[in-house]
Design a binder for this molecule. Sequence first.
Ligand SMILES: [Zn+2]
Length: 329
Amino acid sequence: MRNLFKTGILLFLFIVNIIDAAAQPAIKITLLGTGAPVPSIERFGPAILVEAGGQKLLFDCGRGASQRLWQLKIPLGTIDALFLTHLHSDHVVGIPDLWLTGWIPAVYGRRSHPLETFGPAGTQNMMENLVKAYSWDITTRSKERNKADSGALVIATDIEEKFVWEKNGVKVTPFTVRHAEFIDSALGYRIDYAGHSVILSGDTRYSENLIRYAKGVDVVVHEVAAANESSMQKSPLINQILGFHISPEEAGKVFSQTNPKLAVYSHIVLLTADPSLPPPTVNDLISRTKKTYNGPLEVGEDLLSIEIGDQVKVTRFTADQRKPGEVIK
Ligand SMILES: [Zn+2]
């Protein structure tokens, strides 16, 4: 009788586990920062967290990536690897914060292993120079730390198309995109896990290569830029910026050709040359995209998450989840 009871309990736990596993998304994406260089409080710099196969992977580390991670109560030290799309400052200025605040042994940090970083040509050089720039902090804090602690180290690797990163069944594939004529190293990324996948565009204009890599993906996360008509007529700077990015109509073409279950905008560049004239709105982005694409579309906002499993589920971060009064141990 006792054995029968025990078997019953084990069977129950087994079923609960199966249900639990089925409910778990294969890939969870969180848009930590959906902005651009604009020092906005609403949209922090570009950074996207991808969780899959027990890995926490960060793609770009713009302004405020660390704050957004900690809003989710994710200790900075738990990021397993950082991948960079390119080295424009809005994509990398958050690295020293993630790296060195992540090394502090408090509940929000706790990294005691090196920060592994992958990115296009120049990444290794940039990371080596960051180590030099912050040598005072590293030297003084090292005196407080145990000798085996390697949390201040960085391991940086320059990568390009054809490189593949794999761990626990998670596959990260970089591919070349078209940011500007004089930039030939900018990357997008495809992440695959358990039969599901997502494309992160990085900064790019319309890219045939991205469309090739996006075959069969569940979700496409793409950058976008738009300005109002009068700014485009008036401002050479705005025209130059628009020339480095994709318009909503062209992004719509990418979505139509890749046909994902969900298209998402992140790295949203909305411009105006005239302070009295508002920049395009989220609704403008949607209506302009609809000219060339009629599938599901979300305009990203900071901390919006997308869970990819049998279905694709979008959750917006609500204000009541922002809890003040941190306990720092
Ligand atoms: Zn850029």
